[in-house]
Design a protein. Structure first.
Length: 153
């Protein structure tokens, strides 16, 4: 008789735990179902799946559009200034400080320009030279301009 009452207690405890587990699973399933059917008046499976498929299709179209825009942006970025090199120097020994500079602005293909500023006591002069594949077109580059191009990263 004692053995039967102990077995009966364990059985009741097991069944109680089983009911708790099933209750938790049922509540989770109901919450999930309610979340799926939140903005749907007619709550049948066909309607829910149809709306989900419509949203997926819309998302796929938007992703395709975004990919096309991203490709356009990547193509446009190739021709923008991406590499910048800067060198300060003193071209004349009678002036103080490194007031002169060379600024190299290059795109992905190492095309662009070099802007040079020569500062003296009387005036400051600016010069610009076009660059193609890290080489000047129709002009010779100074050592400072070459260094600015080499520094452009």
């Amino acid at each position: 008789m004692i053995l039967n009452s102990v077995i009966l207690q364990y059985l009741v405890l097991f069944l109680f735990l089983w009911v708790i587990v099933l209750t938790v699973l049922l509540v989770r399933s109901l919450l999930h179902y309610n979340r799926l059917t939140k903005k749907i008046t007619k709550k049948d499976l066909k309607t829910v799946l149809s709306q989900l498929l419509d949203k997926v299709e819309l998302n796929e179209k938007e992703i395709a559009i975004l990919n096309q825009e991203l490709i356009k942006v990547k193509v446009n970025l190739k021709s923008t200034f991406q590499k910048i090199g800067f060198v300060r120097f003193n071209p004349f020994s009678q002036t103080g400080g490194d007031q002169s500079f060379c600024l190299a602005l290059l795109d992905e293909n190492d095309n662009g320009l070099v802007l040079s500023s020569l500062h003296s006591r009387e005036a400051t002069r600016l010069y610009a030279k076009t660059i193609k594949n890290k080489q000047a077109e129709n002009y010779e580059l100074s050592k400072e301009e070459l260094k600015a191009i080499q520094n452009a990263k």
